[in-house]
Design a protein around this ligand. Sequence first.
Ligand code: C2E
Ligand code: CA
Ligand code: CA
Ligand code: CA
Length: 276
Amino acid sequence: RADEAMYADKRRIKNGPGPTSDQKQLATDLWGAAERGELRVYYQPVVELPSGAITGVEALVRWQHPAHGMIPPGAFVPLAERIGAIDEIGAWVLAEACAAIAGWRAAGRDLHLAVNASARQLNGGFADRVARVLAETGLPGAALIIEITESVQVDNADVVSELHRLHDLGVRVALDDFGTGYSTLRYLTQLPIDILKIDQSFVSVLNGTAQSAVVADTVLRLGRMMNLTTIAEGVESAEQATELAGLGCLNAQGYHFARPMPGEELESLLFPAVSQ
Ligand code: C2E
Ligand code: CA
Ligand code: CA
Ligand code: CA
Protein backbone atom coordinates (compact mmCIF):
# COMPACT_ATOMS: atom_id res chain seq x y z
CA ARG A 1 0.00 0.00 0.00
CA ALA A 2 1.30 3.41 -1.03
CA ASP A 3 0.49 5.13 2.25
CA GLU A 4 2.05 2.36 4.32
CA ALA A 5 5.27 2.33 2.29
CA MET A 6 5.67 6.04 2.89
CA TYR A 7 6.22 5.55 6.60
CA ALA A 8 9.17 3.30 5.84
CA ASP A 9 10.61 6.19 3.81
CA LYS A 10 10.27 8.51 6.75
CA ARG A 11 12.46 6.26 8.87
CA ARG A 12 14.98 6.15 6.05
CA ILE A 13 15.11 9.94 5.91
CA LYS A 14 15.44 10.18 9.66
CA ASN A 15 18.35 7.72 9.76
CA GLY A 16 19.82 9.07 6.53
CA PRO A 17 22.92 11.14 5.81
CA GLY A 18 22.80 12.90 9.19
CA PRO A 19 19.97 14.82 10.82
CA THR A 20 21.39 18.35 10.59
CA SER A 21 22.39 18.49 6.95
CA ASP A 22 19.30 16.49 6.07
CA GLN A 23 16.96 19.00 7.73
CA LYS A 24 18.76 21.94 6.10
CA GLN A 25 18.45 20.39 2.67
CA LEU A 26 14.80 19.49 3.29
CA ALA A 27 14.10 23.08 4.38
CA THR A 28 15.62 24.39 1.15
CA ASP A 29 13.63 21.88 -0.89
CA LEU A 30 10.42 22.74 0.95
CA TRP A 31 10.30 26.30 -0.34
CA GLY A 32 8.18 26.32 -3.46
CA ALA A 33 7.25 22.63 -3.15
CA ALA A 34 3.58 23.59 -3.56
CA GLU A 35 4.33 25.76 -6.59
CA ARG A 36 6.40 23.01 -8.19
CA GLY A 37 3.48 20.62 -7.85
CA GLU A 38 5.19 18.30 -5.37
CA LEU A 39 2.45 18.24 -2.71
CA ARG A 40 -0.38 15.71 -2.65
CA VAL A 41 -3.58 15.60 -0.65
CA TYR A 42 -4.57 12.18 0.66
CA TYR A 43 -8.09 11.70 1.98
CA GLN A 44 -9.02 9.53 4.94
CA PRO A 45 -12.71 8.61 5.14
CA VAL A 46 -14.67 9.54 8.27
CA VAL A 47 -17.47 7.02 8.84
CA GLU A 48 -20.59 6.86 10.96
CA LEU A 49 -20.94 4.10 13.54
CA PRO A 50 -22.12 1.42 13.48
CA SER A 51 -22.95 1.44 9.73
CA GLY A 52 -19.46 2.37 8.50
CA ALA A 53 -20.97 4.66 5.85
CA ILE A 54 -18.62 7.43 4.68
CA THR A 55 -19.86 10.85 5.77
CA GLY A 56 -16.75 12.89 5.16
CA VAL A 57 -12.99 12.94 4.76
CA GLU A 58 -9.93 14.42 6.41
CA ALA A 59 -7.34 15.98 4.11
CA LEU A 60 -3.78 14.87 4.97
CA VAL A 61 -0.86 16.38 3.08
CA ARG A 62 2.06 14.37 1.67
CA TRP A 63 5.17 15.60 -0.11
CA GLN A 64 6.28 13.81 -3.26
CA HIS A 65 9.97 14.71 -2.93
CA PRO A 66 11.91 14.36 -6.21
CA ALA A 67 14.74 12.43 -4.48
CA HIS A 68 13.25 10.97 -1.29
CA GLY A 69 9.87 9.84 -2.59
CA MET A 70 6.66 10.30 -0.62
CA ILE A 71 7.25 12.03 2.74
CA PRO A 72 4.61 12.03 5.52
CA PRO A 73 3.56 15.33 7.14
CA GLY A 74 5.20 14.46 10.46
CA ALA A 75 8.56 14.76 8.68
CA PHE A 76 7.99 18.20 7.11
CA VAL A 77 5.01 20.07 8.64
CA PRO A 78 6.92 20.97 11.85
CA LEU A 79 9.81 22.10 9.63
CA ALA A 80 7.43 24.15 7.47
CA GLU A 81 6.08 25.78 10.63
CA ARG A 82 9.59 26.73 11.76
CA ILE A 83 10.71 28.24 8.46
CA GLY A 84 7.38 29.93 7.73
CA ALA A 85 6.42 27.82 4.71
CA ILE A 86 3.29 26.43 6.39
CA ASP A 87 1.06 29.29 5.15
CA GLU A 88 1.85 28.49 1.53
CA ILE A 89 1.41 24.74 2.09
CA GLY A 90 -1.79 25.18 4.10
CA ALA A 91 -3.27 27.48 1.47
CA TRP A 92 -2.52 24.96 -1.24
CA VAL A 93 -4.04 22.03 0.72
CA LEU A 94 -7.18 24.04 1.51
CA ALA A 95 -7.77 25.09 -2.10
CA GLU A 96 -6.99 21.64 -3.52
CA ALA A 97 -9.18 19.74 -1.05
CA CYS A 98 -12.12 22.16 -1.20
CA ALA A 99 -12.15 21.91 -5.00
CA ALA A 100 -12.10 18.08 -4.86
CA ILE A 101 -14.90 17.85 -2.29
CA ALA A 102 -17.01 20.42 -4.14
CA GLY A 103 -16.67 18.19 -7.23
CA TRP A 104 -17.69 15.00 -5.41
CA ARG A 105 -20.61 16.80 -3.80
CA ALA A 106 -21.72 18.06 -7.21
CA ALA A 107 -21.53 14.42 -8.41
CA GLY A 108 -24.00 13.45 -5.69
CA ARG A 109 -22.07 12.59 -2.51
CA ASP A 110 -22.96 14.70 0.50
CA LEU A 111 -19.51 14.83 2.10
CA HIS A 112 -17.87 17.09 4.61
CA LEU A 113 -14.20 17.98 4.55
CA ALA A 114 -11.82 18.41 7.47
CA VAL A 115 -8.59 20.38 6.92
CA ASN A 116 -5.79 20.64 9.50
CA ALA A 117 -4.49 24.08 10.43
CA SER A 118 -1.29 24.72 12.37
CA ALA A 119 -1.37 27.25 15.19
CA ARG A 120 0.92 29.43 13.08
CA GLN A 121 -1.64 29.64 10.29
CA LEU A 122 -4.33 31.10 12.54
CA ASN A 123 -3.07 34.67 12.21
CA GLY A 124 -5.17 37.53 10.89
CA GLY A 125 -6.17 36.68 7.32
CA PHE A 126 -6.86 32.97 7.79
CA ALA A 127 -10.66 33.30 7.77
CA ASP A 128 -10.41 35.65 4.77
CA ARG A 129 -8.51 33.00 2.88
CA VAL A 130 -11.09 30.36 3.81
CA ALA A 131 -13.90 32.68 2.64
CA ARG A 132 -12.11 33.22 -0.68
CA VAL A 133 -11.57 29.49 -1.27
CA LEU A 134 -15.20 28.71 -0.41
CA ALA A 135 -16.34 31.36 -2.90
CA GLU A 136 -13.96 30.10 -5.60
CA THR A 137 -14.82 26.40 -5.22
CA GLY A 138 -18.52 26.76 -4.37
CA LEU A 139 -18.09 24.55 -1.29
CA PRO A 140 -20.64 25.58 1.37
CA GLY A 141 -19.06 26.72 4.64
CA ALA A 142 -21.19 24.16 6.48
CA ALA A 143 -19.34 21.37 4.65
CA LEU A 144 -15.94 22.50 5.97
CA ILE A 145 -14.27 21.70 9.29
CA ILE A 146 -11.01 23.29 10.38
CA GLU A 147 -9.02 21.08 12.78
CA ILE A 148 -6.84 22.85 15.32
CA THR A 149 -4.73 21.37 18.09
CA GLU A 150 -4.11 22.34 21.65
CA SER A 151 -0.93 24.09 20.51
CA VAL A 152 -2.93 27.18 19.52
CA GLN A 153 -2.74 30.04 21.99
CA VAL A 154 -6.06 30.34 23.79
CA ASP A 155 -5.20 33.82 24.99
CA ASN A 156 -4.37 35.13 21.53
CA ALA A 157 -7.10 37.57 20.45
CA ASP A 158 -6.24 37.01 16.76
CA VAL A 159 -6.82 33.26 17.06
CA VAL A 160 -10.12 33.72 18.87
CA SER A 161 -11.41 36.25 16.35
CA GLU A 162 -10.33 34.15 13.34
CA LEU A 163 -12.21 31.15 14.76
CA HIS A 164 -15.33 33.27 15.32
CA ARG A 165 -15.08 34.53 11.75
CA LEU A 166 -14.95 30.90 10.58
CA HIS A 167 -18.19 30.33 12.51
CA ASP A 168 -19.72 33.31 10.72
CA LEU A 169 -18.95 31.47 7.45
CA GLY A 170 -20.75 28.37 8.76
CA VAL A 171 -17.40 26.54 9.09
CA ARG A 172 -17.02 24.25 12.11
CA VAL A 173 -13.97 24.00 14.33
CA ALA A 174 -12.63 20.67 15.60
CA LEU A 175 -10.22 20.21 18.48
CA ASP A 176 -7.77 17.56 17.25
CA ASP A 177 -5.95 15.06 19.49
CA PHE A 178 -8.34 16.03 22.29
CA GLY A 179 -7.01 15.30 25.76
CA THR A 180 -3.33 15.18 24.88
CA GLY A 181 -2.55 18.85 25.63
CA TYR A 182 -1.97 20.34 29.02
CA SER A 183 -4.91 22.72 29.38
CA THR A 184 -7.53 20.84 27.43
CA LEU A 185 -10.63 22.09 29.22
CA ARG A 186 -9.69 25.74 28.85
CA TYR A 187 -9.89 25.37 25.08
CA LEU A 188 -13.49 24.28 25.39
CA THR A 189 -14.53 27.29 27.43
CA GLN A 190 -12.49 29.94 25.61
CA LEU A 191 -12.66 28.89 21.96
CA PRO A 192 -15.67 28.27 19.71
CA ILE A 193 -15.30 24.49 19.35
CA ASP A 194 -17.89 22.27 17.63
CA ILE A 195 -16.16 18.91 17.39
CA LEU A 196 -13.88 16.84 19.67
CA LYS A 197 -11.56 14.34 18.07
CA ILE A 198 -10.75 11.57 20.53
CA ASP A 199 -7.03 10.98 20.18
CA GLN A 200 -5.90 7.57 18.95
CA SER A 201 -3.95 6.99 22.16
CA PHE A 202 -7.32 6.69 23.97
CA VAL A 203 -8.66 4.34 21.29
CA SER A 204 -5.67 2.02 21.00
CA VAL A 205 -5.85 1.10 24.71
CA LEU A 206 -9.44 -0.20 24.46
CA ASN A 207 -9.42 -3.89 25.39
CA GLY A 208 -12.97 -4.56 26.47
CA THR A 209 -12.49 -3.61 30.11
CA ALA A 210 -14.21 -0.66 31.75
CA GLN A 211 -10.84 0.54 32.98
CA SER A 212 -9.39 0.80 29.46
CA ALA A 213 -12.41 2.80 28.29
CA VAL A 214 -12.46 5.44 31.02
CA VAL A 215 -10.95 8.26 28.95
CA ALA A 216 -12.88 7.58 25.73
CA ASP A 217 -16.09 7.26 27.75
CA THR A 218 -15.39 10.51 29.60
CA VAL A 219 -14.70 12.46 26.40
CA LEU A 220 -17.86 11.05 24.79
CA ARG A 221 -19.93 12.06 27.83
CA LEU A 222 -18.34 15.51 27.87
CA GLY A 223 -19.20 15.88 24.19
CA ARG A 224 -22.83 14.98 24.83
CA MET A 225 -23.08 17.36 27.78
CA MET A 226 -21.59 20.21 25.77
CA ASN A 227 -23.56 19.35 22.64
CA LEU A 228 -20.41 18.72 20.63
CA THR A 229 -19.87 16.21 17.86
CA THR A 230 -17.26 13.57 18.74
CA ILE A 231 -15.06 11.60 16.34
CA ALA A 232 -12.84 8.72 17.42
CA GLU A 233 -9.45 8.63 15.67
CA GLY A 234 -7.09 5.78 14.97
CA VAL A 235 -9.66 2.96 15.04
CA GLU A 236 -7.66 -0.08 13.93
CA SER A 237 -9.89 -3.04 14.75
CA ALA A 238 -13.49 -4.21 14.61
CA GLU A 239 -13.36 -4.72 18.39
CA GLN A 240 -12.46 -1.07 18.94
CA ALA A 241 -15.23 0.07 16.58
CA THR A 242 -17.80 -2.08 18.36
CA GLU A 243 -16.67 -0.90 21.77
CA LEU A 244 -16.79 2.76 20.71
CA ALA A 245 -20.26 2.30 19.24
CA GLY A 246 -21.31 0.76 22.55
CA LEU A 247 -20.08 3.87 24.34
CA GLY A 248 -22.32 5.96 22.09
CA CYS A 249 -19.66 7.13 19.67
CA LEU A 250 -21.28 8.01 16.35
CA ASN A 251 -18.27 8.94 14.19
CA ALA A 252 -14.88 7.35 13.60
CA GLN A 253 -11.87 7.14 11.36
CA GLY A 254 -8.94 4.76 11.26
CA TYR A 255 -7.14 2.05 9.33
CA HIS A 256 -9.92 -0.42 10.23
CA PHE A 257 -12.25 1.52 7.92
CA ALA A 258 -9.79 3.05 5.45
CA ARG A 259 -6.30 4.45 5.20
CA PRO A 260 -5.65 7.91 3.80
CA MET A 261 -5.67 7.57 0.00
CA PRO A 262 -5.21 9.64 -3.15
CA GLY A 263 -8.26 11.41 -4.58
CA GLU A 264 -8.62 9.00 -7.50
CA GLU A 265 -8.76 6.03 -5.13
CA LEU A 266 -11.36 7.71 -2.93
CA GLU A 267 -13.34 8.55 -6.02
CA SER A 268 -13.65 4.89 -7.02
CA LEU A 269 -14.74 4.11 -3.46
CA LEU A 270 -17.37 6.87 -3.51
CA PHE A 271 -18.55 6.17 -7.04
CA PRO A 272 -18.19 2.42 -7.70
CA ALA A 273 -18.44 1.69 -11.39
CA VAL A 274 -21.90 0.36 -12.23
CA SER A 275 -21.67 -2.84 -14.29
CA GLN A 276 -24.48 -3.64 -16.67
P1 C2E B 1 -3.67 14.20 12.68
O1 C2E B 1 -4.40 15.39 12.21
O2 C2E B 1 -3.91 13.74 14.07
O3 C2E B 1 -3.99 13.06 11.61
C1 C2E B 1 -4.16 11.70 11.92
C2 C2E B 1 -2.92 10.90 11.61
O4 C2E B 1 -3.14 9.55 11.99
C3 C2E B 1 -2.59 10.85 10.11
O5 C2E B 1 -1.17 10.74 9.99
C4 C2E B 1 -3.25 9.54 9.68
O6 C2E B 1 -2.68 8.99 8.52
C5 C2E B 1 -2.98 8.69 10.89
N1 C2E B 1 -3.96 7.62 11.05
C6 C2E B 1 -5.23 7.53 10.58
N2 C2E B 1 -5.82 6.39 10.97
C7 C2E B 1 -4.92 5.73 11.71
C8 C2E B 1 -4.94 4.47 12.41
O7 C2E B 1 -5.92 3.72 12.42
N3 C2E B 1 -3.81 4.11 13.07
C9 C2E B 1 -2.70 4.90 13.10
N4 C2E B 1 -1.64 4.48 13.77
N5 C2E B 1 -2.65 6.11 12.46
C10 C2E B 1 -3.75 6.50 11.78
P2 C2E B 1 -0.37 11.62 8.95
O8 C2E B 1 -1.12 11.67 7.64
O9 C2E B 1 1.04 11.13 8.95
O10 C2E B 1 -0.43 13.08 9.57
C11 C2E B 1 0.24 13.39 10.76
C12 C2E B 1 -0.10 14.78 11.24
O11 C2E B 1 0.37 15.78 10.34
C13 C2E B 1 -1.60 15.04 11.35
O12 C2E B 1 -2.08 14.44 12.52
C14 C2E B 1 -1.63 16.55 11.36
O13 C2E B 1 -1.36 17.03 12.66
C15 C2E B 1 -0.47 16.89 10.46
N6 C2E B 1 -0.99 17.28 9.11
C16 C2E B 1 -1.38 16.48 8.09
N7 C2E B 1 -1.79 17.20 7.04
C17 C2E B 1 -1.67 18.51 7.41
C18 C2E B 1 -1.94 19.76 6.74
O14 C2E B 1 -2.42 19.84 5.60
N8 C2E B 1 -1.67 20.90 7.46
C19 C2E B 1 -1.16 20.87 8.73
N9 C2E B 1 -0.95 22.04 9.36
N10 C2E B 1 -0.91 19.71 9.37
C20 C2E B 1 -1.16 18.55 8.72
CA1 CA C 1 -6.41 16.12 12.17
CA1 CA D 1 -5.59 13.73 15.46
CA1 CA E 1 -1.94 13.97 15.80
